[in-house]
Design a binder for this molecule. Structure first.
Ligand SMILES: [Zn+2]
Length: 221
């Protein structure tokens, strides 16, 4: 089975086709570069208003970092089109796998953000041969998505606290809804919890919401 077939199953982008795959063994780790081209007769979408517009010209090829496969770095290589939009003027097209000037695909950012829930960000960066900033931006992207799509039904109260992190006067602000989904409340005197609810005095044990809390104030920054 060819890599293009697998990619079409896991990451199919309407209006685009995976073409040639180049294997570069001169890099560490080795790199797979997957060339992406627009489907024949497809029109580019304006990144400003998302309307299909007439083409204007084409920019040089650009690489978008994709989810690594078998320990190999993977890049989507695509020459972005510019469109002549009646509303926005001359704009770069919108591509479904990326946004703005970000060098990582959305899939890769979600991939890093999921790992960042389980491991320290620096560890994630080392494992996947990327930078702490890339992991941070990936988590920020995930949080921005979460804020837009959040469901606030069932939230009774919000808890905020600070814990010391690293040495010296460095603190991490923690925030969570009370009770977090799936967590049970206990009474304050028997509770190993970090938060107490101002509304009724009960406590909750802190679990997953730490992930969200880290975003409020990244450790060491
Ligand atoms: Zn437009």
């Amino acid at each position: 089975m060819q890599l293009q077939v697998i990619l079409n199953h896991v990451e199919h982008y309407k209006g685009f086709v995976y073409k040639r795959v180049r294997w570069d063994k001169t890099t560490s780790p080795w790199t797979l570069r997957v060339q992406v081209v627009p489907r024949a007769n497809s029109h580019a979408e304006c990144s400003g208003c998302r309307k299909k517009c007439a083409g204007y010209d084409r920019l040089p090829e650009r690489e978008f970092e994709f989810v690594p496969l078998w320990g190999l770095a993977v890049f989507l290589v695509y020459a972005m089109r510019r469109v002549e939009c009646p509303r926005c003027g001359i704009c770069v097209e919108h591509v479904p796998w990326g946004d703005g000037k970000c060098r990582q695909t959305k899939s890769y950012r979600w991939f890093l953000a999921r790992w960042a829930k389980r491991l320290p960000w620096l560890e994630v960066a080392r494992i996947f041969h990327t930078s702490w900033d890339t992991v941070y931006r990936s988590v920020r992207h995930a949080v921005a998505w979460g804020l837009v799509h959040r469901d606030e039904s069932g939230v009774e109260a919000i808890g905020i606290d600070e814990i010391q992190c690293q040495r010296g006067q460095r603190y991490l602000t923690l925030g969570t809804c009370l009770p977090p989904p799936g967590l049970t409340r206990t009474s304050p005197d028997q509770c190993p919890a970090r938060f107490s609810c101002e509304m009724d005095g009960s406590c909750v044990e802190l679990g997953g919401p730490v992930f969200q809390a880290k975003i409020l104030e990244p450790a060491g920054r």
